[in-house]
Design a binder for this molecule. Sequence first.
Ligand SMILES: C[S@@+](CC[C@H](N)C(=O)[O-])C[C@H]1O[C@@H](n2cnc3c(N)ncnc32)[C@H](O)[C@@H]1O
Length: 286
Amino acid sequence: MIADATATLESAGVESARNDAELLAAFVLGVSRGRLALIDRATAEQRDAFVRLVARRRDREPLQYVMGTAAFRYLDVAVGPGAFVPRPETELLAGWGVDLARELTEPVVVDLCAGPGPIALSVAHEVPTATVYAVEKSPAALSWLRRNAAELAPRTHVVAGDVTDPALLRDLRGVVDVLLSNPPYVPEGTPVPPEVARFDPATAVFGGPDGLTVVRPVIARAAELLRPGGGLAIEHDEEHATALPELLRADGRFDRIERHVDLTGRPRFTTARRSTDTAPWQTGSS
Ligand SMILES: C[S@@+](CC[C@H](N)C(=O)[O-])C[C@H]1O[C@@H](n2cnc3c(N)ncnc32)[C@H](O)[C@@H]1O
């Protein structure tokens, strides 16, 4: 079954064909992937279910949609139509936020562009003393976020909001300790794999002509919401390794700007601290 599925997926251009076939088989059989070799038969229902799931993957539906969850740090985040599939590289940004929040007493943490919630819910799960706000605009993504929050970290505050709104989280101005964001950042027109083009919502992936349309307001909101000394991390396209630090410098309200690479060595997120010498209500230069 797995060999046939692997061949089917390979012929459809799925790069991780054997991996995906094994994970789908383990999913259908209700065992971990490592125990597959111990299973010597499948029922007719299990075989039919496997063939149906492999066909969905053959049509380039993301593996995580087919299985209903995406593994992210210590959580299985529920995903499906309307939800951006959490990526492994984002675990590093979430980890940076977790480490910083752990150093603080009862930190206030905000996740802008939360999607189904991997970053916010990881912080809430791993730092129980944190008060976490997860902000998302898309109604479909919000319903996944609410469902995941209820299941995985019920104390999380889910906020329906738009990062371009200057009044967003007004009551938290100048008191946020850690602000994390993985906004849409792919420049319009960039070729993307079929899974992304057909299934990830376009508004979750593309960030305008230069990819920075949503990043700019995220920086403005961060400058307003963070307390002096508070930490900011923004994920970005590898092409933005220079542009993002420049935007932060141009804003004038950040210091300690640092670039971080992902597991493949590509520039993936930038961190900064809200500088202590400008008040939250002072606007930056951009
Ligand atoms: C790249 S996805 C990231 C989702 C999640 N944080 C993650 O890391 O997997 C970007 C998310 O930003 C949301 N988004 C796009 N524009 C937004 C805006 N103006 N205000 C709030 N959320 C927005 C999208 O709906 C999408 O869920």
